[in-house]
Design a protein around this ligand. Structure first.
Ligand SMILES: Cc1cc2nc3c(=O)[nH]c(=O)nc-3n(C[C@H](O)[C@H](O)[C@H](O)COP(=O)(O)OP(=O)(O)OC[C@H]3O[C@@H](n4cnc5c(N)ncnc54)[C@H](O)[C@@H]3O)c2cc1C
Ligand code: SF4
Length: 330
C-alpha cells in the first residue's frame, strides 16, 4: 500500500506552488492518463493536485483569425468549437479521431500534450525501460516493436508519441503557454516535444510545477483547406499506426503553401519539413506528392516489425494531399 494525497487547487498560483513544494507532486486534469499509470504502478506521485477548478477551459478567438485554447478545455469541446471547425478543420478532425466519446469528454488539451507513451514495456512496470527507469535498457529494441517509431529514434528509446491533436497543432505552428516558478513562457510546439536522444525520460521542457495554461494557434488561412487522416488497426478507440495532418494551397496548378505533419511514426509529433520544402512550387499532383513523401521518409530507421510503416506513411501522405487538391491517385 502506497499513500497518495489529493489536493484541489482553486487558483493557478497555488496549484503551481503546491506541486513545487512536493518533489513527487503532479497535476491532475481529466485523469485519463495519470490515473491509469498510477494504478499500473508506472507513476508513483505522492500528491495529485487537481486543477479542474482553474479558469482555463475557454476557446477564444484571437485577432487575425487565430485561436487560444485553454489547457483545461476538453477534447470534445475543442473539436466542436465553431472557430476550430471552420478555421482549423485539421484540429477538429484529429480530436474526433482520438480515444472515445467518453474519454474526449474527460480529457483536457493540456493533459493530451503531456500524455505518456503507449509502449507496452513502459506500461509494464517489470520491463526494462529507459523512459520509466533511466539506464535500465529498452525492451522494445529487440522486442515487439510493430507500433514503434521510424523517425527520431535513438538507441535508448523508439516509442512513438501517441497524441493525435499534437500532430495537427505541430502542423499549425501552435505555441504552448505556460506559467511556472520562472514566470510565463511561450514555447513553440515543435520545441515543446523533445527527441529521446540519451534522455528519453525527458519528454518536454516543463520544469517541475510548470503548468500549461493555454495553447495558441496563430492565424493560418491555409488551414481552412486541411485534413487529418488516421490509419490504425481498427476504426475507433485505437492509436495511429500512421496519421497525417495536411493543409495545402494551390495557385496556378502549383503548391503555393503547405503544412504537413505525421503521427504514429515519430518519437515526437513529426513536422515533415523536408517534404514541405520539396513540395513548394511543384505541380499539385500525385507524382510530386510521392516524391516529397519519399524525401521525408528517407530518414526513416525502421525495425523489421515496423518496416511496413515506411510504405504506409508514404501512401498516407499522398492520399492526404490528393484529397485536398483533387489530384489524381496513381
Ligand atoms: C483507452 C484510451 C484511448 C486513447 N486513445 C487516444 C487516441 O486515439 N488519441 C489521442 O491523442 N489520445 C488518446 N488517448 C489519450 C488521451 O487523449 C489522454 O489520456 C488525455 O488527453 C489526457 O488528458 P487528461 O486531461 O485526462 O490528462 P491527465 O491524465 O490528468 O494528465 C496527463 C499528464 O499531463 C499532466 N498535466 C495535465 N494537465 C496539465 C497542465 N495543464 N499542465 C502541465 N501538466 C499537465 C499530468 O500531470 C499528467 O502527467 C487515449 C487514452 C485512453 C485511456
Ligand atoms: S521504447 Fe522507450 S518507452 Fe518503450 S521500452 Fe524502450 S525506452 Fe521504454
Amino acid at each position: 500500500m502506497r499513500p497518495l494525497n489529493y489536493a484541489r487547487a482553486t487558483d493557478v498560483d497555488s496549484a503551481i506552488a503546491t506541486v513545487r513544494e512536493h518533489p513527487d507532486g503532479a497535476f491532475l486534469a481529466g485523469g485519463t492518463t495519470e490515473v491509469d499509470l498510477v494504478r499500473q504502478n508506472v507513476l508513483r506521485p505522492g500528491l495529485l493536485v487537481d486543477i479542474n477548478d482553474l479558469p482555463l477551459d475557454r476557446v477564444e478567438d484571437r485577432p487575425g483569425g487565430g485561436i487560444r485554447i485553454g489547457a483545461l478545455a476538453r477534447m470534445s469541446e475543442v473539436a466542436q468549437a465553431a472557430a476550430v471547425v471552420q478555421r482549423f478543420p485539421v484540429i477538429s478532425q484529429a480530436l474526433l479521431l482520438g480515444a472515445s466519446a467518453q474519454l474526449r469528454n474527460m480529457a483536457s488539451l493540456g493533459g493530451n500534450l503531456c500524455q505518456r507513451v503507449r509502449c507496452s514495456y513502459f506500461r509494464d512496470a517489470t520491463s526494462p525501460c529507459n523512459k520509466r527507469d533511466p539506464g535500465s535498457g529498452c525492451a522494445a529494441l529487440d522486442g515487439f516493436s510493430r507500433g514503434h517509431a521510424i523517425l527520431g529514434t535513438s538507441d535508448k528509446c523508439i516509442a512513438t508519441h501517441p497524441s493525435d491533436v499534437a500532430v495537427a497543432l505541430v502542423a499549425m505552428d501552435a505555441v504552448v503557454h505556460t506559467r511556472g516558478p520562472g514566470g510565463e513562457r511561450a514555447i513553440p510546439i515543435d520545441e515543446f516535444f523533445l527527441l529521446p536522444g540519451d534522455t528519453p525520460e525527458r519528454e518536454h521542457p516543463l520544469e517541475h510545477g510548470e503548468l500549461i495554461v493555454a495553447i495558441e494557434v496563430p492565424p493560418a488561412p491555409v488551414a481552412r483547406h486541411s485534413v487529418y487522416l488516421k490509419f490504425r488497426d481498427r476504426e475507433s478507440y485505437e492509436f495511429a499506426l500512421v496519421s497525417v495532418a495536411a493543409a495545402v494551397r494551390v495557385q496556378d496548378g502549383a503548391v503555393a503553401d503547405v503544412r504537413l505533419a505525421l503521427g504514429g511514426v515519430g518519437t515526437k509529433p513529426w513536422r515533415a519539413r523536408r517534404a514541405e520544402q520539396a513540395l513548394l512550387g511543384q505541380p499539385a499532383g500525385a507524382t510530386s506528392f510521392a516524391g516529397a513523401a519519399g524525401e521525408e521518409l528517407a530518414a526513416a530507421t525502421p525495425r523489421p516489425l515496423n518496416a511496413f510503416k515506411v510504405e504506409l506513411a508514404q501512401r498516407a501522405i499522398v492520399r492526404a494531399l490528393v484529397s485536398l487538391t483533387n489530384g489524381e491517385m496513381k
